[in-house]
Write a protein that binds this ligand. Structure first.
Ligand SMILES: [Zn+2]
Length: 351
């Protein structure tokens, strides 16, 4: 928090009295990483314990957006001199994991259970992304086997027309009427998790749209196989549903952990959420600590990346010389070959 304040002050000082009116760009020429530079770009996670839901519509107005050296991450400045990192959804949604297994089936993957990893660590939020409770209430009908049928999510009673919010940032994979689900919105999030919002009376997003946590995805309703107005909410990983109560305490609206260790055994309709014992809590805290360190390392590495925008006449050889690297290394960093056509305007990683 102290660092944030300091940096906000620094940015404000650089902007001068006309804060927000003048364009300001961070210097993106290659240079060694310093602590100060890392602090500016580092996505320092600070996410131990339950995470409060944001309240849509509250908070200061944004006044400007600044570039960082990394095209995925921008800095948004607010009128009250605070700021935050945000991911650029347009850039992020071009990534492979938002384009592979990208169809309109409820289970886009149809993956064999044997191929799922024994455990996967999911970052639910970090410094550049937030969380919002889709709808806060007591769970009316739980996840699991119900009257001999699999119930793949939780049912949250609400009245018709109540706004339903996206839990996390992500890209809309389904936004249409689906048998059983009624009007359904499915969002895929950057960590691979998907969330489902069913029985809506109205859908407020479109397929392939980038949404941010807290954005209204639809209005509550009773469409599809439903006996009264409620939100059917699912969380899935690689097509397999698990009890959303592992993630969210719907009664208080809080996210249970910033980092979630999803175990393979949860990915079954016979596995219901059980409150963790103190031992398990401890295990989670240790895992979170390790994950935080790993994420800090990754973020520092990401922050140290430098990019070059392709101009007319650029060649890989020329770019390699300019930035003191090799064509081979450029190819590796950018997942290209020496024969790849360099599209003008494309950003490639050079450090
Ligand atoms: Zn349901």
């Amino acid at each position: 928090m102290i660092n944030k304040t300091l940096i906000a002050g620094l940015i404000a000082a650089l902007l001068g009295p006309l804060a927000g009116a003048q364009p300001f760009e961070l210097d993106t020429t290659p240079k060694p990483m310093t602590r100060q530079r890392a602090d500016r770009l580092l996505l320092r996670p600070d996410i131990s314990g339950p995470v409060k839901s944001l309240i849509p519509g509250e908070g200061p107005m944004s006044v400007d957006t600044l570039d960082t050296g990394n095209p995925l991450i921008k800095i948004v400045l607010f009128g009250d001199n605070t700021w935050k990192y945000v991911k650029d959804g347009d850039v992020l949604s071009q990534e492979d994991y938002f384009n592979e297994y990208w169809n309109e089936r409820a289970d886009a993957y149809e993956m064999d259970y044997s191929l799922l990893p024994p455990k996967v660590t999911l970052w639910l939020i970090d410094q550049s992304s937030e969380y919002c409770c889709p709808y806060r209430t007591k769970v009316y009908s739980k996840f699991g086997i119900r009257r001999g049928r699999r119930h793949q999510g939780v049912d949250l009673p609400l009245s018709v027309g109540t706004p339903v919010m996206a839990a996390f940032d992500g890209k809309v994979r389904i936004a249409k009427y689906v048998r059983g689900y009624g009007n359904l919105v499915v969002i895929r999030h950057p960590n691979g998790l998907e969330t489902f919002y069913g029985h809506l009376s109205k859908i407020l997003v479109t397929r392939d749209e980038w949404v941010t946590a807290g954005q209204q995805v639809g209005l509550g309703g009773s469409t599809g196989r439903s006996t009264g107005p409620h939100l059917h909410f699912e969380s899935r990983y690689r097509g397999y549903a698990f009890d959303p109560q592992w993630l969210i305490d719907f009664e208080t609206g809080t996210l249970r952990h910033g980092v979630f260790n999803l175990k393979k055994k949860y990915l079954s309709s016979s596995s219901r959420y059980v409150p963790e014992s103190e031992d398990v809590e401890e295990e989670i805290l240790i895992a979170e600590g390790e994950e935080r360190e790993e994420a800090a390392r990754r973020a520092a590495e990401e922050a140290a990346m430098r990019y070059h925008t392709i101009r007319s006449g650029d060649t890989l050889g020329g770019i390699a010389r300019k930035y003191g690297t090799t064509v081979n290394q450029l190819c590796k960093w950018n997942n290209i070959t020496p024969k790849t056509t360099l599209r003008i305007g494309r950003k490639i990683r050079v450090h």
